[in-house]
Design a protein around this ligand. Sequence first.
Ligand SMILES: [Zn+2]
Ligand SMILES: [Zn+2]
Length: 326
Amino acid sequence: MVTTPANKCGGLQDAGPGTNHHREITEVSVDVRQLLEGFSKAMYSTWFYYKPDRLLLDAGEGVATALGNRVFGIERVLLSHGHIDHISGLPTLIYARTAGMGDVEKPLTIYYPKGDFYVETLRDYVGRTHRRLTFELHWMPLEPGDSIALEEEQKQHSRRVVTFPTQHVRGRLTLGYHIVERRRKLKPEFAALSQAEIHALVRDGQRDRLMQDYEQKLLTYLGDTTPMHTDQFHNTELLMHEATLVEPEDVKYPVHSTVEEAVAVAAHAQPKALLLYHISSRYRRDQVEAAVAACCAKHGLTCDVWVQYLNRLWKVNEMMGNEEIG
Ligand SMILES: [Zn+2]
Ligand SMILES: [Zn+2]
């Protein structure tokens, strides 16, 4: 990735080609507010509660405080890696599940990258300091390519989580997560049939001959990562990509992504929506907005772009403002 000031997207004012198309596709866009509640500030805390499947993506400081009794809704915690800003909310979360007003016997499973020293140290701390948990707590190490069934595999529209390696810290396993849904569609060779002909064949018991199973990625979460040039994020509905730095010249170490790098990954992946998070608190909201708009124009990204900054979630261009975000 080029990181010279001349190549940052900040100076571009025109929304560029694709703006009209952007408007046309908004009716099929993803309403991120319906799906997620979260908090994110680079180096301090990042967590997202994915409501449809009761998954907590990372568990930074303050997650239990923010969710309150809704901590009892969480069924699984998916940790991308063991840096403190992604795991420090866990002890309070676990304690709240034993002492709060809710189902204190509801089991909880915490998934994490296999061999992560920080997570395993926290696991040991919790084991020694929370000896009498009221619920079953499971710690499950994961490797790239692992799959976790979220419901019965046979069920139509069943969902699973699939892991993949991210590129955050050299020599250490860090994971991203896809949430994948099993769906059925008409086989292409029957595309020319009319609705009436299809209904007739289905009534005739030929549904399985007509239909094929496929998997749709609903969400792809990358935790912390440098940009990854791969096809595996293709067509995910919601791509969640970190964007620690707005100004390319602020990059000191190659462990995170810039707004432009995240937008470039999304331009290749073509999601329905992109959510940027893990943004450094050195930037103001208007700086983030301007960089996102300019980078989208430069890379031809036409999907909705959302930003999670602290506890605020907004869609870029939905409501332009110049308020401070720090
Ligand atoms: Zn982080
Ligand atoms: Zn990190």
